[in-house]
Design a binder for this molecule. Structure first.
Ligand code: CTP
Ligand code: MG
Length: 225
């Protein structure tokens, strides 16, 4: 199976509120987007990595001089929503790709072995994602009132990479777009087709850098490794 990856880095990092775009924020001295690319490039089965950046930052990315073992594609410009950036990345994939791993640049700490496990699962089933069991009990609420308590043993926090047969993800994206549906993760698009999506238990350390305080936590995890 031929495997490619998208590294989505075209967000604005509004919650982080840093002076640089989030993808360029350093983690232990290297930009998040570079760390995320390196984690994917550590897997020999990933033959192409397409970075998706804000249109205004394509040159800045080029100036980083990321090599990616010769598998790094030229960066492409993302869109207003993450789903738009994903579509732009899919359009840049070479012919003949069977599986695509969609990964957030905001998760620079993913372990290469977990990338390998989720790719292997998707190769078997068509769709798989890394996820961790939730620690807290989840409540559904409306206007400050609990309407439902979700059984904790059934709840998982979705991470990336999420890996799909390329044809399946394209079909799922087309259906979502036709229906005006915007998902918070890619697997949800495939779930809406009724296709099975496998959970691969990942690592709580694969956190998504979202808020300023996440940076120190990510640095601590990096140092610990
Ligand atoms: N992303 C993207 N294109 C967008 C929005 C998000 O490629 N239009 C990417 C981000 O760069 C990030 C990942 O999707 O790597 C997850 O998004 P998030 O953590 O929300 O990052 P931002 O959208 O940049 O942050 P914020 O929502 O705080 O502005
Ligand atoms: Mg966002």
């Amino acid at each position: 199976m031929r495997v490619a990856a998208l590294v989505l880095a075209a967000g604005r990092g509004e919650r982080l509120g840093a002076s640089v775009p989030k993808a360029f924020l350093p983690l232990a001295g290297r930009p998040l987007v570079v760390r995320a690319i390196e984690a994917l490039a550590a897997r020999p089965e990933v033959e192409r990595i397409v970075p998706v950046l804000p249109a205004a930052d394509l040159a800045r990315f080029g100036a980083l001089g990321v090599v990616g073992g010769g598998r790094l594609a030229p960066p492409v410009a993302g869109g207003a929503e993450r789903q738009d950036s994903m579509r732009a990345g899919l359009a840049a994939l070479p012919d003949g790709v069977d599986l695509v791993a969609v990964h957030d640049a905001a998760r620079p700490l993913v372990r290469p072995e977990d990338v390998g496990r989720v790719i292997a699962a998707a190769a078997r089933t068509g769709a798989a994602l890394l996820a961790v069991p939730v620690r807290d009990t989840l409540k559904r609420a409306r206007a400050g009132r609990v309407t439902e308590t979700l059984p904790r043993a059934d709840c998982w926090a979705a991470q990336t990479p999420q890996v799909f047969r390329l044809a399946l993800l394209r079909e799922a994206l087309a259906k979502a777009e036709a229906e005006g549906f915007v998902a918070t993760d890619d697997a949800q698009l495939v779930e809406r087709l009724g296709a099975p999506v496998e959970i691969v238990e990942g690592d709580p350390g694969n956190l998504k850098i979202t808020w300023p305080e996440d940076v120190a936590l990510a640095e601590a995890i990096w140092r610990q490794r």
